[in-house]
Each structure stands twice: as C-alpha cells, then as structure tokens.
Design a protein around this ligand. Sequence first.
Ligand SMILES: Nc1ncnc2c1ncn2[C@@H]1O[C@H](COP(=O)(O)OP(=O)(O)OP(=O)(O)O)[C@@H](O)[C@H]1O
Length: 313
Amino acid sequence: MIEAQALTKRYDAKLAVDDLSFTVRPGVVTGFLGPNGAGKSTTMRMMIGLDRPSSGSVSINGRPYAEHAAPLHEVGALLEARGIHPGRSARNHLRALALTSGISRGRVDQVLDMVGLTSVAGQRVGSFSLGMGQRLGVAAALLGDPHTLILDEPVNGLDLDGIRWIRALLRRLADEGRTVFLSSHLMSEMAVTADHVIVIGQGRLLRDQPMADFIREADVDSIRVVTPDRERLAQALERSGATVTTDQDSTEPALTVAGTTAREVGTLAAEAGITLWELTPSAGSLEDAYLALTRESLDYQDRADDPSQELAS
Ligand SMILES: Nc1ncnc2c1ncn2[C@@H]1O[C@H](COP(=O)(O)OP(=O)(O)OP(=O)(O)O)[C@@H](O)[C@H]1O
C-alpha cells in the first residue's frame, strides 16, 4: 500500500506536486495519468526516496521508503534510465544489485527468465535495444520479490509482444495481492491494464477512482451517424440540444453526436423524414475521458515550450 498525504514538492518557483493525498491499494493495478509536466515522475521519485517532499509525506506499507530495513524486498521501482554500466552484462548488472541486498544468484536467473532475457543475459547492456533495457529494468524491480511495484512508463520502447507480456505480468502481480502503480502515456494500453486511475494535472489531484467509473462519469459516449442529409439532421440534432461534429476524414462523411441516445437520433430522423444509413453508438474510451478532463488543466508552461506536446500525453 502506498499512501501520499498532502504530498508537496516545490522547485524554486515551480510547484511540481501540490498537496496530493491518495492511497494506492494492493491487489489492483493502479494507473497514474497526467499531461507532460503534471508531476508524475516527481511523485514517484518521492515515493522511493530519490526526492524529498517540501512538505507532506508518502509512505510504503506504513513507513517512508528509507525507513525500511530491506527496501528492495519492500518496493521494486522502474524509473527513467538509471545508471546502468553499459559494459556490464545483464546478468552481472543484476548480480551486482542482488549482492548489495543479500539476494541469491538463483533469484537473478529467475527474474531474467521472468522478463524473457535469459538468452541474452551474457550480452553487454550497452548493446541492448530500448525494449530490452526496459525488460532489464523490470527484472531489477522484481529482484527483491517486492510487495509494491512503482513503474514509470514501463511500456515505453516495448514492441507488441513486450506490451502483452508486461500487461500479463502486471495483472499476475496484482492478482498475487501486490500493489502495482504505473504511469503511461499510452491510453489504450492503460485502459486494458489498469483497474483504478489516479489522474493529476499541474501537480494537483484531479481523479482517484475505478477506471470504469472514470470513463462513465466523463460522459463521453457518442453516436456515429451516416445519412445522405447531413446538414438537415445536424441542425435538427443541435436544436434538440445534442452536440454534433462532422468527421470529414472518413470515406463516408459521418456525424459524431454526443449528449443524446441512438434511440433519440433515430426517432428525430424519422420524424423529419431523414434517411439513416448508419446509426452506431460507441462507448467513450479512456482517451476521450482523459482528454475531456485534462484539456482544462494542461500545463501551459510546458505547452508553450513544445506545442507538439499539447494533447499528446
Ligand atoms: N529537478 C528539477 N528541477 C526543477 N524543476 C523540475 C525538476 N524536476 C521536475 N521539475 C518540474 O516539475 C514539473 C513536474 O515534472 P515531472 O517530471 O514530475 O512531470 P511528469 O508528469 O512526470 O511529466 P512527463 O509526463 O513529461 O514525464 C515540471 O514542470 C518539471 O519541469
């Protein structure tokens, strides 16, 4: 269990993490979401004692990370590229880590196997692809068989096979009753991996709730409508209070209608004598819900620095 209480981090004038309080529970996969610069990495760094809170606190199983006698057994973390000696083999890298925590060599081989690196365990880490490096990072996190896992962008650099592998691994770890906390920019991936979401924006807590509730409450369901009489239908729908956008990109221009039901659209079209060629309700996605929530709270400073990041995260 991870508990943040009024957790705050200030870098000079910048308030990176602002009064965050939440609990990450065992047995579920919890996704940590937020736009670029929202404070996710800073929060995770404070969890494992790499950064000190300016005020407030964060504990793992009731104590700050540094107060655990054997932290590697308590928490496994994958944070952005940590100093791995490029000349060392994967196996030796893990053996060096294991040695400092009294972990057996047998466990090193076990985690290499768990992450699928056994066949390349003797290769220099410097020759590893991004995906192999990520797998090695996950192996290091698992070394102490920890009850809590904190993973910053674990999917980053993984191919489809790797993504499926980590999804299954995280599920299994949560099913074993562990606390699994991960950040990711890949919404489609997060949607199928996480059971619970914590969303932050500009360092502040925006949401802390089950994934299904987050998507449902965002009210982002829509209906795709194809008709030969687009303009007339769009006007009628707007008059009835629905929101209508035209999707010009598809081969058959369609209307995307929100704020009503497929049944109402069908009834309204029939009453106006408008032919419908397609009427397809679609459930809102995590991406839709996330964008609706964070559009308001993007970090304008970071957006100004890099306009391409505007809605990418
Ligand atoms: N060491 C530091 N010194 C000064 N400012 C920092 C430092 N680390 C982070 N920040 C600032 O704190 C804010 C939060 O950064 P953080 O990296 O935690 O965000 P993030 O949510 O992980 O973003 P991303 O999705 O881009 O990784 C940003 O505005 C960042 O510029």
